[in-house]
Design a protein around this ligand. Structure first.
Ligand code: PRP
Length: 209
């Protein structure tokens, strides 16, 4: 389906099962989100451009390589916060720009409550982080915010996505690449992803009860 790249790795399948299990406690859930996020980040950055940089090793002059682009990591609060640290481990020079958004429980529409993307400064690549893409409303709003900010290369990292949300994103922004661990079956009547993993934010921050 469109610009969707799904992780094809036994570790991804294994860690995803841990997340899906209703008996997985919050502490394990959080750590597992981080493991999967790192796998996703490796996948989502494999075609970033490089440039040559002349350096001196302890032995000789050498044409080394370094990233040729600046990267912003853009977590959607709250649940996306849990994905920041593993992605930063791989991209230590990236900047982190938070977007606050929650899904209204009655309408399933995204409500934006925080955004501070500075004017006159923008990065080459924007990595949007959110464990779940359900209806796609939240990711669509985040993509819109990054487009208005001026980011040309926007990529989305989600652990699980519903076909309905993928379609919405594809119709709205076909150029945006989506990296997921799983494309799940569908949304249920409450717009929850099935089989899914429940409410990622609640399970990460131990606020389910
Ligand atoms: C969840 C999830 C996404 C959004 C997905 O957030 O983390 O941000 O819903 O739904 P959508 O694709 O239909 O927009 P939630 O509203 O639970 O907020 P939280 O992260 O603060 O828990």
């Amino acid at each position: 389906m469109g610009n969707v790249l799904q992780l094809d790795h036994p570790l991804a399948a294994h860690h995803l099962s841990v997340l899906r299990d209703v008996n997985t406690p919050s502490v394990t859930f959080r750590a597992t989100v981080q493991r999967l996020s790192m796998l996703l980040a490796v996948h989502a950055t494999r075609d970033l451009p490089l440039q040559t940089k002349r350096i001196r090793t302890p032995l000789v002059e050498h044409d080394a390589q370094e990233l040729a682009v600046s990267v912003a990591i853009v977590p959607i609060l709250r649940a996306g916060l849990s994905m920041v640290e593993p992605v930063l481990q791989l991209l230590p020079d990236a900047e982190v720009r938070h977007l606050g958004m929650y899904r209204d429980e009655a309408t399933a529409q995204p409500v934006e409550y925080y955004s501070k993307l500075p004017p006159n400064h923008c990065t080459d690549v924007g990595l949007i982080l959110d464990p779940m893409l359900a209806t796609g409303g939240s990711i669509r709003a985040a993509v819109g915010a990054l487009k208005r900010w001026g980011v040309k290369d926007i990529r989305v990292l989600s652990l699980i996505a519903a076909p309905e949300g993928i379609l919405l994103l594809h119709q709205d922004a076909p150029e945006v690449k989506l990296f997921v661990a799983s494309v799940d079956e569908r949304l249920d009547g409450n717009k929850f992803i099935v089989p899914g993993l429940g409410d990622a934010g609640d399970r990460i921050f131990n606020t389910s009860h």
